[in-house]
Each structure stands twice: as structure tokens, then as C-alpha cells.
Design a binder for this molecule. Structure first.
Ligand code: AP5
Length: 191
């Protein structure tokens, strides 16, 4: 299985990616997690991206694509993968299309989690209170949402045109969303 999970900041991508990856026995690859782990470890990459992420902007396509290319070349991705938070720009969409075509593979489904903006802000402010994630403050959350709406939401049309978009209502409990998502992906892929 080769899957994407997309959605606005706080839509539940990371939460549901874990369940989806486990269900299909594939690795979940989150570009946000890779960046945060590099920031935490103080690597060169972490130093390069820290201020960008804390401002709610996107890391450059070149840097992000290099990281994804590296990760997808690992043996555990040979039989499939779930990408969380990638692609986020049209440039990244083309990069992924080229990667898949070079390996004679295609995406099985793209999960799109939908949650209304007020609920997203509430979730992220609550996480700021509990975990203190650096980009979970009100100004940066608003900026992340704007960037998502301008650059990433339109990409859903690309996958809709390919007939692989699976829309999932991302509201309700984590368990309810998970079951809805599993049903949607199963129905779409017939697996
Ligand atoms: P990334 O980590 O991908 O951040 P994001 O898209 O803003 O998403 P979040 O991680 O905040 O939310 P999520 O949708 O994963 O939801 P989660 O499950 O955590 O990226 C961070 C930054 O890295 C970007 O802003 C950018 O700078 C950079 N970046 C990453 N990828 C990039 C790329 N491809 N190109 C360029 N730059 C890139 O849930 C959120 C909260 O809600 C949690 O507390 C969770 O417990 C809670 N929650 C989840 N589900 C529910 C539910 N059903 N009900 C109630 N609460 C829930």
C-alpha cells in the first residue's frame, strides 16, 4: 500500500497515520516529525529549519524533497509507505509523481481529513498547553492555516482528478475518525 494522509494543521494526520500504518504494516513517514527530531538533536538540518517552522512557513521544496527521497530509499519503504504531511506544494506533488513512476508504482489512496477551523485551533491550543510545541501558539497556528489553505488545500483537486481521494470527516473521537477512515480506505482500495 502506498498512501498519503492530508489535512489542515491539527486535523489529526499524525494521530491517524499511526493507526493506518499499523493496519497495513507500512512505515508512517512524517516530514514534520523528521524536522522536529532534527531540531531537537541540533543537527545542521534542524538549525536550518527551526525558525521557518516556528514562523509557520514551509521549508523549501529542495530540502524537503531531499529528505523524503532519502527516507523512501530505505528498505522498509520498499513494499509501501504512508506519507504524512508530504506533499504540501505542487512542486512536491510532481516530485512524488516522478518518484512513483520511476519505481513503476502508484498511490493507492489519499486520505483527506476534514475538520472545521475553530475545532483545529482549539485542538492545537490544547496541545500547546500540554506539550508546549513551539509552533502551537495562536499567531503561528493562524499562519500555518493560511499557508495550508493557499498552498496545500488546492492539491486535493489533483488527487480527486486521479480518482484516489478518500474524504474523511475528521470530527468526533479519535476512535470514530479511525473507523470512518478505515472504512473509506477499504472501500476505495478493495483491500
Ligand atoms: P506537521 O508536523 O506536519 O504539522 P501540521 O501539518 O501543522 O500538523 P500537526 O502535526 O499540527 O497536526 P496533525 O494534523 O498531524 O494532527 P495531530 O494528530 O498531531 O509540520 C510541521 C511544520 O513542518 C510545517 O508547518 C512546516 O513548517 C514543516 N513541514 C512539514 N512538512 C513539510 C513539507 N512537506 N513541506 C514544507 N514544510 C513542511 O493532532 C493534533 C492535536 O489534536 C493533538 O493534540 C491530538 O491529540 C489532537 N487530536 C487528534 N485527533 C483528535 C480528535 N479526533 N479529537 C480531538 N483531538 C484530536
Amino acid at each position: 500500500m502506498r498512501l498519503l494522509i492530508m489535512g489542515a494543521p491539527g486535523a489529526g494526520k499524525g494521530t491517524q497515520a499511526t493507526a493506518l500504518a499499523e493496519r497495513y504494516g507500512i512505515p508512517a513517514v512524517s516530514t514534520g516529525d523528521i524536522f522536529r527530531s532534527n531540531i531537537q538533536q541540533g543537527t545542521d538540518l534542524g538549525v536550518q529549519v527551526k525558525a521557518i517552522i516556528e514562523a509557520g512557513e514551509y521549508v523549501s521544496d529542495d530540502l524537503t524533497e531531499a529528505i523524503v527521497a532519502d527516507r523512501l530509499a530505505q528498505p522498509d519503504c520498499a513494499q509501501g509507505f504512508l506519507l504524512d504531511g508530504f506533499p504540501r506544494t505542487m512542486h512536491q506533488v510532481h516530485f512524488l509523481d516522478e518518484h512513483l513512476s520511476a519505481t513503476s508504482r502508484q498511490l493507492d489512496a489519499v486520505v483527506s481529513l476534514q475538520v472545521n477551523p475553530d475545532a483545529l485551533v482549539d485542538r492545537l491550543l490544547e496541545r500547546a498547553r500540554i506539550e508546549g510545541r513551539a509552533d502551537d501558539n495562536e499567531d503561528t497556528i493562524r499562519r500555518r492555516m493560511e499557508v495550508y489553505a493557499g498552498q496545500t488545500a488546492p492539491l486535493l483537486f489533483h488527487y480527486e482528478r486521479q480518482g484516489i481521494l478518500v474524504d474523511v470527516d475528521g470530527t468526533g473521537t479519535v476512535d470514530e475518525v479511525r473507523e470512518r477512515m478505515f472504512a473509506g480506505v477499504d472501500k476505495h482500495t478493495g483491500k
